[in-house]
Structure formats: structure tokens, C-alpha cells
Design a binder for this molecule. Sequence first.
Ligand code: MSP
Length: 527
Amino acid sequence: MFYLTTAIDYTNGAPHIGHAYEKVLADVIARYQRLRGEEVYFLTGVDQHGQKVQQTAEKDGVNPATYVKRVTKGFVNAWDKLGLEYDGWAETTNPEHQSCVQGVLQKLYDEGQIYKKRYTGHYSIRQEQFLTDKERNEDGEFGEEWGEVEERDEENYYFKLSEHVPWLKNLVDSQEDFVIPHFRKADVINAIERSIDTDLCISRPKERLRWGIELPFDSDFVTFVWFDALINYISFAGYNKAADSSLPDFEKLWPASIHIIGKDILVPSHSIYWMCMLHAIGFNDQQIPSLLCHGWWNIKKKSDQGNAGSEKMSKSLGNVVDPIELVDTFGQDAVRYYLVRDIHTGRDSDYDMDRLVMLFNTELANNLGNLCNRALNMTKRYCGGVTMASEYDDEFSQQLRASLDTVLEKYRHHMDRYDISFALEAIIEFISGTNVYAEQQKPWEIAKDEGKAAQLHTVLSHMVEAVAQASVLLKPIIPTACERIQSQLNAPHLSELTLSELHWGLLPVGQELAKPKPVFPRIQLED
Ligand code: MSP
């Protein structure tokens, strides 16, 4: 079973394209794994507790429960528009999740992994956590990333994180794919050094925060939001579920193959807190998931003086890009395509609407769209809309057939490494190659010569076959467009194929094609 999860999004605001990118990336990976013939379970959802949610709800003058319901709807709507197909939906106010979190807390408390102590120190309101001197920067200050920092003197409960750090250190050294891409490992190793003698505060007194899961052993406290949220990966996978629960069977799902997260939540939350929590709960090394850590979409600053650099997307800067608006303007295929095409997994990229339009128009409308139109229209005009046998052969046709093997190899290689953009480059190269083949063979010319009927049939059936292949390979990325192509090819069997079944000759001779219709209308921007 390929069980994959994404981060669960904070419900203190609407979704933006950063959230959307992560979810599309996960959806593409899930669909690709299905294409490989794997059984897949894709979990995503929302993080509904914590101080930020409580504060935003207060500002809005509604209670947090009403507030998170409303915001959650916005996320579900955005993910529908983007065509995400997830199997499980995690909401941390769900009673089954809450009881799983309380079960974990009680177990760790009973086993002496959680203790109470008084602490006086600095507290970051933005990150909702106590800070130590290790969090100070070179100037001895708490940097911008911590937001407003205040002094606090409080009794709280602590998880003995430091007891698990030596184990974690060994694990990170020995497991090659602990974090993907591997260059992120250095961040984890640094964070481990910083955590060596620090335990994790996992409670918040109710007088300060009411909007959270109550500690089962002390009703004056709620659970720290991260401790609650991280457990979603096991609670919604059916860990310790009740006998009458409809959640999946945990044994079938765990360990997750990958947790997909952004670079900002790799350390300390996922690579340190979560791994140590899993170890404390009793999971062994083989039951620890890999972390797929993606980069960020930033915003390209507009300036008259050429390249003016980029800035973080944030509500306060007012530069947030709304994925719903984007889909309404450009369509689901264009947005999904852009979000995984113009970034390399693990690296950052600058969002740029002009590039979204340019990539859609050149790679989809002009390249694939043009090939579809030509192949289907000429098959209709010259062959009565039916695929013909390839009785003629030549060097160019052989090269085209051979190029399929190359694209399949590259596609598999890059998709297995979650490098969607490189896999797309390989497909685009294959489609361009087919368009070059059409230019060389000029079926519109040879159609005029009755003596070249066999050549015409070969050329057109090769072009239609290339469209069929591309529709299978692109389906994880742009599923609705590929469904439209496959219905024009009148070939529903294409959606049943697995990757290893792809070989030249997906469309049988005598296949009657449906009426051709443009699949990728060019985007025209108004001035
Ligand atoms: N609620 C926590 C995660 C808990 S997981 C147990 C959280 N939420 S978040 O809404 O701030 O971020 C959700 C995901 O979106 C994170 O993986 C984060 O990295 C990702 N992104 C947020 N902004 C982003 C960009 N601008 N670009 C790409 N991904 C970004 O953290």
C-alpha cells in the first residue's frame, strides 16, 4: 500500500497557491502510484486547533467551532476545483481524532514520558511555543520568524523528547531516504544538535487557550497544537480506532510511504517532534515514514527595472494568490500543470502569471493540442475517422516508436523521484518529436497521392498512437484534459492501463475515433 499524506493546513485563513501546490503535488504522486498499479491511500485535511485559530475567530466575532467549519469549507471547495482525489480527510476537531490523541497522551503519561514542570522563559506567539537561547540569532535576538515574543512563567506538561534524540540521530544517519531531497538532511542534523537536551512543552493552560484537545490527565490544560496535529497521520489511518469505526485498518496503511511537507515545517516539527513521538509510542525503525520536503512558491516582485527579486507570500503583504480565482480564470488543467511544471520538487520558485499562461499556451495548447487536432482531424478527413494498419515503415516511423521507450524510461525515473517537472519535460519532448515527425511526413501532402495510401495510414496511426500514449502519461498531472482526449480517441481502456503495460500499439487497428474537439483552447490575456 502506498499511503501518502500532506501537511494539514491551518484554518486561520483561506487557502493560497502554496497550500494548493502541496496538495496538487500529492495528488499527482497518488495518481502516478495508481498508474504504477499500486494500491494508494491519500490523506489530507485541515489543522483546526490552536491559538491562531482562536484569535482569528475572536477577531471575526464568532466562536472557533463555527469559524473553522466555515474556513474548512473554503479548503474543500478549493481542492474540489483543483480535481484532487483524496481518500481520507483529516479534521482535527473530529471526535475519533481527539480520542486517539488523548489515548496517546495517556499512554505516554502512564509510561513516564510526560511530566509537569514550572518554566519561566520566552514564548513566541506566532509559533505557539517556548523558546530557548538556542533560538537566538547571531545578534542574540529572536529573529523575525518567531514574531512577537513575550516573557512567560507557567506550569506545563513536557514530553521527554531528549530521551529519543540519540535514537533519532542514528536513524537519520542510517536511513538514506529519511528526508527527500537528500540535501535537506543537513537541516535535520543541525536541528537534532539543538534538541539534544530540550524536552517539548506539550500543554497550554486553559486560561490562555481553550481551543484545543483537553489533556486526559489534567482538565486545566489543552494539548499543544503540533502534538495534536501530527497525530492526524496515524489517527485518520485508523490507529487505535473503536470497533465500530469506519476509518481504515491501520495495519494496512502504516507505515506511511511519505509525508509531504513544506521546508518550513521540516524542523523541528516533523523531523524531530514527530519522529520522537512515534518512537515513544512504540514504533520501530521500519515503521518510520520518509519525509518529502518541497520548496516554496514565492511572489515575483513587479518592477519597471527588470528582475526585482521575489518575496514571501503573506496575508500582511497582501500578495496572496487565491487558487480558486486562478482555476476560475485559467481552468483546472492550466493551474495544476503550472504548479508542478514551473518548480523542481525541493526547490523554491516564483509565481508568475505570465509564465502560467506561456507554459499552457506553448506546451499544452500549441504542442499537445495541435498534435491532437491534426491527428484526429486528418484521420477523420482521410481515413473516415478510423485508425488504419501500419503496413508502410520507414526510418522516421521507427525513430518515433523508439522514442516512446526513451520517454517511458525517463518518465518512470523522474516520477519515482517525485521530480514531476523533469518527467513533464520528457513527455513534452516526445510530443514535440511527434510534431516534427508530422512535419517531415506531411500527411496533408501525401494524402493527395493515391499511391501513398499505405504511408498516409502509417503516419496518421503513429500520430494518433502518440496522442494516446501522452494521454496516459499526463493523466496524473492533468486528469480532466486527458479524459477528454481519451474520450475523443473513444478508448476508455486507456484509463485501465498500468505503466508496465504501456507499449507501442495501445490503439487497435480499426479503432473508430469520436468527433475531434479542441482540448486546450489558448489562453488570451486582455491588455
Ligand atoms: N498546520 C501546519 C501543519 C501541520 S501538519 C501536521 C501548517 N499549516 S500551514 O497552513 O501553514 O501550511 C500547510 C502546508 O503548506 C505546509 O507544508 C507548508 O509548507 C505549505 N505552504 C505554505 N505556504 C507555502 C508556499 N508559499 N509555498 C509552498 N508551500 C507552502 O504548517
